[in-house]
Ligand binder design. Structure first.
Ligand code: KIV
Length: 399
């Protein structure tokens, strides 16, 4: 797409009859459907700041996390290039490419239906205004509603070009992770008057270039406060104190999903990594100690009516059930039937969550996935019955 086409697309932006042509529209959105154009976005966020609103932004890199954040009411979902560190396993963000960002952006877009989705322009993708516009277009074509790029005064032309092309831009000043190798670490900015002056100039440049919001990373609290009170666009802080108009965190730091490193400014509100480890260790133990039986099958040894510990989060594995059944003597068909009936009963009784989940999946807005899950659920149920040689007809068991 040449630059004229991009510019035209920007101009058409608010008038497009085709909803897919408009970066800001999405079938189920409510908050963001009000936006018709880039300047609309800009005005809207300025107004919301003027009205005293605070903004919550978290990162997401895939469908389930995006959907969870969206359902929990964040204003912005950021497909950050922190992707490189917390998902792809690189030591910093300097290996992230536009292709990585596009791939993950698409997944996030499928999950977030209400929040405003911002995607990071990674290192090397905004070296000239033309390149910046081309790459911003790619992220928007992947479904992002706006892009974020690092740099203030030094990126004035690139920000202005992207805005001119009709794409909303969020600025990012202070500590710039894409410069971590050049700077030799993640250092707080604004400690000296010269640094504070530079930050102020950067913030003004970003606003003047037409950005609708500004991330300030690791900016000294007093400086962040002063910039926030001076700017008309919202400031979103990370490690920059409480006085910004909003806060952003890498979601892994918020939920304890990257336990090997947590930045000092982040307070984890959950211990997801711990929960995963616990669940996996239980599974490993169950598998090894019980000789391949799942926990559910262990509950079959309990007398009817006994109340086993709730284990609804793990579905019984048909393969291990089959293995357990085949270990019975050949003449144990009645025992197998009884065992299967009991298994079915226990699955129904103790796995209410998975039943509820399957009902929820029937209503899934993703028809393909919903029906697939439902099918799996059914085949699990009936498959187990088949594995006991039809001793119980699926219909008779209510499948
Ligand atoms: O990449 C990212 O996650 C970010 C946030 C830390 C602001 O830029």
């Amino acid at each position: 797409m040449n630059s004229t086409a991009i510019r035209n697309r920007g101009i058409e932006f608010g008038e497009s009859k085709n909803r897919t042509e408009n970066f800001l529209s999405a079938p189920q959105d409510s908050r963001r459907s009000a936006f018709k154009s880039c300047s609309d976005v800009n005005l809207s966020f300025r107004d919301r700041k003027a009205g005293g609103e605070k903004f919550a932004m978290l990162t997401a890199y895939d469908y389930p996390m995006a959907r969870l954040l969206d359902e929990s009411g964040v204003d912005f979902v950021l497909v950050g290039d922190s992707l490189g560190m917390v998902v792809l396993g690189y030591p910093d963000t300097t290996s992230v490419t536009v292709e990585h960002m596009v791939h993950h952006c698409r997944a996030v877009v499928r999950g977030a239906k209400t929040a405003f989705i911002v995607a990071d322009l990674p290192i090397g993708s905004v070296n000239t205004p033309t390149l910046a516009v081309q790459n911003a277009m790619r992220l928007c074509e992947a479904g992002a509603h706006g892009v974020k790029l690092e740099g203030g005064v030094s990126r004035y032309r690139e920000i202005a070009a992207i805005v001119e092309a009709g794409i909303p831009v969020m600025g990012h000043i202070g500590m710039l992770p894409q410069r971590v190798l050049v700077e030799g670490g993640y250092k707080i900015k604004g400690k000296t008057p010269t640094e504070a002056q530079q930050l102020y100039a950067d913030a003004v440049a970003v606003e003047k270039a037409g950005a609708f919001a500004l991330v300030m990373e690791l900016v000294r609290q007093e400086v962040a406060r002063k910039i926030t009170t001076t700017m008309a666009i919202p400031t979103i802080g990370i490690g920059s104190g409480p006085d910004c108009d909003g806060q952003v965190l890498v979601v892994h730091d918020l939920v304890g999903l990257f336990p090997w490193f947590t930045p000092k400014f982040a307070t984890p509100r959950a211990q997801v990594a711990g929960s995963i480890r616990e669940a996996v260790q239980t599974f490993v133990q169950d598998t090894k100690i019980a000789g391949g039986l799942t926990t559910e099958q262990n509950t079959l040894t309990q007398p009817p009516g006994a109340n086993p510990k709730p284990v609804s989060s793990s579905e019984p594995n048909p393969a291990t059930l089959q293995k357990a059944q085949s270990s019975l003597p050949a003449d144990a068909a009645p025992a197998r039937a009884a065992s299967a009936a009991s298994f079915l009963q226990s699955t129904r009784t103790y796995s209410t969550k998975s039943h509820d989940q399957s009902l929820a999946l029937e209503k899934s807005p993703m028809p393909g996935r919903g029906s697939l899950e439902r099918k799996n659920n059914q085949s699990l149920c009936c498959g187990n019955l088949n594995s006991v040689q039809g001793q119980i007809e699926p219909e008779a068991a209510g499948c």
